[in-house]
Design a protein around this ligand. Structure first.
Ligand code: ADP
Length: 863
């Protein structure tokens, strides 16, 4: 059998024993090298060798059970395949190993084992001819006429042609094989084809052992026929399903390597078939509209033709998975009962009457007309006033799913509308993702923080939102990723924002803005006791029997530890108290458990006659030090305990303390976080009449300062204002500096005009502004006071800060109606038409130079 012609393999070969299958001549196989023996072979032979010969090794199937493979050499299978190591890849993960890519050259028989370690080496006898064939015709002709062998080889060749014809030509290896089928020597065909078709290792071993060509043809022909029959059967079943692709997938998961990975695996095919069939069933069952279904079926068709190793396969697969998951026609039924909705809204939220009323109106209209288009509600107000939580309540009252989409910082329109599917890693936008998450097509979507949408080179997300929010357009919203329209008209959109100023006008135009104002101190106390405390207790695993926070403590938390329009930091502070108490309760539990001490034995503070006082007395050191005794329940948080837990006061009522110098007054400002008080300061020094402004002021504010200055200069005589040396022009020989604190924050707007006039009037006259007055209003050159915005928030801020009198423009009088009655009662409102009235109200006893200070329009709080 040995061949003396053609190429010779070396007569001594290092042997690689593998469990991973049978390498046949003419095929390529990946072999993982892990055993010490084989590792030595790779390291000492393959990696060190420099000649082509040193890359030829003998691959012998290791027939010993891998479980019982040991260090010593197993009995060698007598026939192996000489192979050329074309690639060696090393890796240290998960453990050191090599992966070899080996192409089989020819069979050999082990003549004699020369050495066993560190890797086996043997004297071998080459069994197959290894020709460098250049003229295939000759060879095939030579092989042709030899009687039975010739006939066998002809039959085999025909079967091979038939088989290759059934394979998918889009797979490169199949295409190559078809091209080479005629040019390959016929005697190599059995090995090449057997390594490709579905055969067991045992069958392959038999083929390897079939040294004579005739025997080899005889052994492989039935295997080939079996494969052809299998494929025919598969095609028949496919034909029954008209949409299926007629051709047969030839490649399984895992790649197109010829050899082990590349085989015509019927089961694998079936799996693929099943997989796509399941997907197809899902596509058809997803109840999508006609255009979407068409796209899906088209994609499905492409998917079936695609080998799984193609990157596009995963892309298409993901796309189809998303398409079938989307709630095209799944929806929840609204269970709207206006009465129940009212109760639920009232139960969930204290105060915010106006908002609740509008929400109920909205819901009522929806009940009467279910196809209501728009408007989209947009809740605008400071943080922590319950905008998000009202949105959640609306979803609950309707019995709908709720999904929040945070838009803060979104600056790429593909965040809303998705990426086109051509990008690697493309995704649908947040709207479609949200729909997938909730699984129904009529959820409540809360578009949180629409005022914080950004803009970037990647397009403007606000304009993408336009399409989403416009009831006229959103029934055919097209996400770039989906590329088919999805009907969003059933989705109930609610937006929230801190300010309307930064919402793009086109977007604002599509929404109905509902202002949510900040809360007064009293409202906050109520909210805390009705909602926040019980919520926090529950969150920390406590009960009202364990922790009590009295009303005056809540008031302290609100005024001394928080300064906000909403209740978020109040809730956090209550959370902090709960945590501190939870520690105490938990430690008390431990003590009672381990020592079985009765609870009554604990209190040392019980000598205080009054029971409540007793608990309070015990509380502070209980929190900070003594943990030996279990605390007496409930733990009541008083002022001392509060200081212990939350630390020293963060905010003080500071108004009266600051106004001890001329040239200071309290202004009122509006910010997206609610109203704020602001101390405006002025000082003067010798100079050349310059006005310096600091505190990061915008242009409007700078102009107000110049207006204020001009008005005062022109009226200096009337008001007896003087410069530093007593002259009648306040600016002569004098420089003025006007400062607005919190210099890190940019401020702009006209509403500080009256404050500037007051500050400067105080500076030039040397008189103190009343400590308990705060003011807001725009001024004109003639000394008129014009209306400004944000009155409610400003007044609430003044009230929080302990101000007693608030000066507002006359034309803002109507805004006072929005202010809660209890705040109105406590404040003294002065509505001013002109600056005379402002100055009169801001200084004790009026301002000199004004003819009749007693005509002060003075509304004493009742409106
Ligand atoms: P926003 O969305 O306005 O920033 P959230 O809705 O997140 O504020 O509210 C913050 C917290 O305050 C929530 O726990 C909410 O339940 C609570 N809250 C706010 N306002 C009220 C209210 N009027 N009644 C009850 N809880 C409220």
């Amino acid at each position: 059998m040995s061949s003396n012609s053609g190429i010779q393999i070396p007569s001594r070969l290092p042997l690689l024993l593998t469990h991973e299958g049978v390498l046949l001549p003419g095929s390529t196989m990946r072999i993982s090298v892990e055993t010490a023996r084989n590792m030595h072979l790779v390291k000492n032979r393959l990696l060190k060798g420099t000649s082509l010969k040193s890359t030829i090794i003998g691959v012998i199937p290791n027939t010993r059970d891998p479980e019982h493979d040991t260090e010593d050499l197993p009995p060698l299978h007598s026939i192996g395949t000489a192979g050329l190591a074309v690639q060696v890849v090393g890796s240290n993960w998960p453990k050191p190993h090599y992966t070899l890519l080996i192409t089989g050259l020819c069979r050999f028989r082990v003549a004699q084992l020369l050495k066993e370690g560190p890797f086996p080496m043997a004297e071998v006898e080459q069994l197959d001819k290894l020709e460098q064939y250049t003229s295939p015709k000759e060879i095939s002709e030579a092989a042709g006429p030899e009687g039975e062998l010739g006939e066998l080889s002809q039959r085999f060749y025909q079967a091979a042609v038939q088989l290759v014809g059934m394979l998918d030509m889009s797979v490169p290896v199949v295409a190559k094989l078809r091209r080479l089928l005629d040019s390959l020597p016929r005697e190599t065909l059995p090995d090449v084809l057997v390594s490709m078709i579905r055969t067991s290792n045992k069958e392959k071993l038999q083929v390897l052992d079939a040294v004579s060509l005739e025997e080899r043809f005889k052994k492989t022909l039935p295997l080939l026929t079996r494969q052809i029959e299998g494929l025919k059967l598969l095609q028949k079943t496919r034909k029954l399903r008209p949409d299926d692709d007629k051709r047969v997938l030839a490649v399984r998961k895992g790649g197109v390597l010829p050899g082990r990975q590349f085989s015509l695996d019927e089961e694998g095919d079936d799996e693929d078939g099943d997989d796509t069939a399941v997907l197809e069933r899902k596509v058809k069952g997803a109840n999508m509209p006609e255009p979407a279904l068409r796209v899906c079926l088209k994609e499905l068709k492409r998917l079936k033709k695609m080998p799984q190793s193609m990157p596009e396969y995963a892309l298409t697969r993901n796309y189809l998975d998303l398409m079938v998951e989307l709630p095209w026609s799944k929806s929840t039924t609204d269970c709207l009962d206006i009465h129940a909705a009212r109760v639920l809204l009232d139960n969930d939220h204290y105060a915010m009457e106006k908002l609740k009323r509008r929400v109920l109106e909205y819901l009522a209209v929806r009940q009467l007309k279910s196809t209501l288009k728009g408007p989209i509600l947009c809740f605008v107000g400071p943080p922590g006033v319950g905008k998000t939580s009202v949105g959640r309540s609306i979803a609950r009252t309707l019995g709908r799913e709720f999904h929040r989409i945070a838009l803060g910082g979104v600056c790429d329109q593909s965040d809303i509308r998705g990426h086109r599917r051509t990008y690697v890693g493309s995704m649908p936008g947040r709207i479609i993702n949200g729909l997938k998450t909730v699984g129904v097509n009529n959820p409540v979507f809360l578009l949180d923080e629409v005022d914080k949408l950004g803009k970037s080179l990647q397009g403007d997300p606000a304009s993408a939102l336009l399409e989403v929010l416009d009831p006229e357009q959103n029934h055919s919203f097209t996400d770039h990723y989906l590329n088919v329209a999805f009907d969003l008209s059933q989705v109930l959109f609610i937006a929230t924002a801190n300010t309307t100023a930064t919402i793009p006008p086109a977007l604002l135009d599509r929404m109905e803005v509902l202002q949510v104002q900040g809360y007064t101190q009293e409202e906050k106390v109520e909210i805390a006791h009705r909602h926040l405390i019980s919520h926090q207790l529950e969150q920390h695993g406590l009960t009202p029997q364990q922790l009590q926070i009295p009303q005056d403590t809540t008031q302290d938390i609100i005024s001394k530890y928080t300064r906000e329009a909403g209740v978020r930091s109040l809730e956090r502070k209550i959370g902090a108290i709960c945590r501190a108490v939870a520690v105490k309760v938990a430690e008390g539990h431990k003590v009672t458990k381990s020592e079985a001490a009765p609870a009554e034995s604990a209190p040392q503070g019980a000598e205080h006659g009054e029971e409540k006082r007793g608990r309070r007395g015990e509380e502070p050191d209980g929190v900070s030090t003594d943990m030996a005794a279990p605390p007496e329940m409930p733990i009541v948080i008083d002022h001392i305990a509060l200081k212990d837990i939350l630390g020293p006061h963060i905010f003080e009522m500071e108004v009266s303390e600051r106004l001890t110098l001329p040239g200071v007054a309290v202004g009122l400002a509006w910010t997206p976080l609610g109203g704020e008080i602001m101390f405006v300061e002025a000082s003067r020094m010798e100079g050349e009449g310059q006005l310096t402004l600091t505190g990061q002021l915008g242009d409007v504010m700078k102009e107000s300062a110049h207006l204020a200055m001009s008005w005062l200069r022109s009226n200096a005589k009337t008001y007896q204002l003087t410069n530093m040396v007593g002259g009648s022009d306040p600016l002569e020989g004098t420089d003025i500096h006007l400062h607005f604190p919190a210099g890190a924050v940019t401020k702009d707007g006209p509403s500080a005009g009256v404050t500037m006039v007051t500050v400067l009037a105080s500076l030039f006259s040397g008189r103190l502004v009343r400590s308990d007055v705060a003011m807001t209003g725009e001024i004109t050159l003639r000394g008129l006071v014009l209306p400004v915005g944000g009155i409610k928030d400003k007044v609430l801020a003044a009230h929080r800060a302990g101000v007693k009198r608030v000066i507002i423009p006359k034309r803002n009088e109507k805004d006072l109606e929005e202010i809660p009655a209890n705040v109105r009662v406590e404040l003294d409102f002065v509505t001013a038409r002109n600056l005379d009235e402002v100055l009169n109200a801001a200084f004790d006893g009026g301002f000199p130079g004004i003819s009749n200070p007693l005509t002060l329009p003075h509304i004493a709080s009742k409106l």
